[in-house]
Design a protein around this ligand. Structure first.
Ligand code: C5P
Length: 201
């Protein structure tokens, strides 16, 4: 059985947590596509050329432990504007989405570009303030030294770059179900996602 769930939205809106939860709930495979861009960003920080890094990306690049840092996120959003980088990562994402047994892909352009025919599309969002506060709390818990205003500035800058780029900008597909998690617990947000998927199964 092929069944594709596309989950898009800005950073720290909760889409990663919701994606993992719905994949586990339905027994679907899950691909965090941000990790592909982060892995390319990390290679570029290491001195590689972006398009070459994207074209030669290997599983070992995705298994690096440093991909969740702010520095790598920043590098990822810079290389994500390059059309050839996006093109090099497209086929892997499409074949993942077509695997047997169902797939959940989360990112920025899954419902619009990668899987325009996805069975279910969700757009998970929250206010920039709420997202920055969540990121700040995560950073504090893991001992990363930063301030709330710095994290907020970073969230706003990344949103702007992701939304305004010419190729595959961050935008909700017209047929996406919108989930605003600003005032929702993660359980309530996940329940909405599960309900939207159940309605389409
Ligand atoms: O989701 P995550 O924060 O890991 O993504 C890092 C960056 O990768 C994003 O800010 C965005 O620029 C880029 N990205 C993208 N398209 C995707 C997933 C991520 O452009 N499908």
């Amino acid at each position: 059985m092929q069944f594709t769930v596309a989950i898009d939205g800005p950073a720290a809106a909760g889409k990663g947590t919701i994606s993992k939860a719905v994949a586990a709930h339905f027994g679907f495979a899950h691909l965090d596509t941000g990790l592909l861009y982060r892995a390319v960003g990390a290679r570029v920080l290491g001195g590689d050329e972006a398009i070459f890094a994207a074209q030669s990306l290997a599983v070992s690049d995705l298994e690096q432990s440093n991909l969740r840092t702010n520095e790598v996120a920043h590098a990822a959003s810079e290389i994500a504007v390059i059309p050839e980088v996006r093109a090099a990562l497209l086929e892997f994402q499409r074949s993942f989405s077509a695997r047997d047994g169902g797939a959940v892909l989360d990112g920025r352009d899954i419902g619009t570009v990668i899987c325009p025919d996805a069975d279910v599309k969700l757009f998970v969002t929250a206010s920039a303030q709420v997202r920055a506060a969540r990121r700040f709390q995560e950073f504090s818990q893991t001992g990363v030294e930063t301030s709330l205003s710095e994290v907020l500035a970073d969230v706003i800058a990344r949103d702007k770059r992701d939304s305004e780029r010419a190729t595959a900008p961050l935008v909700a597909a017209l047929d996406a179900v919108l989930i605003d998690t600003s005032d929702l617990t993660i359980e309530a947000a996940t329940a909405r996602a599960v309900a939207a998927i159940e309605a389409a199964l």
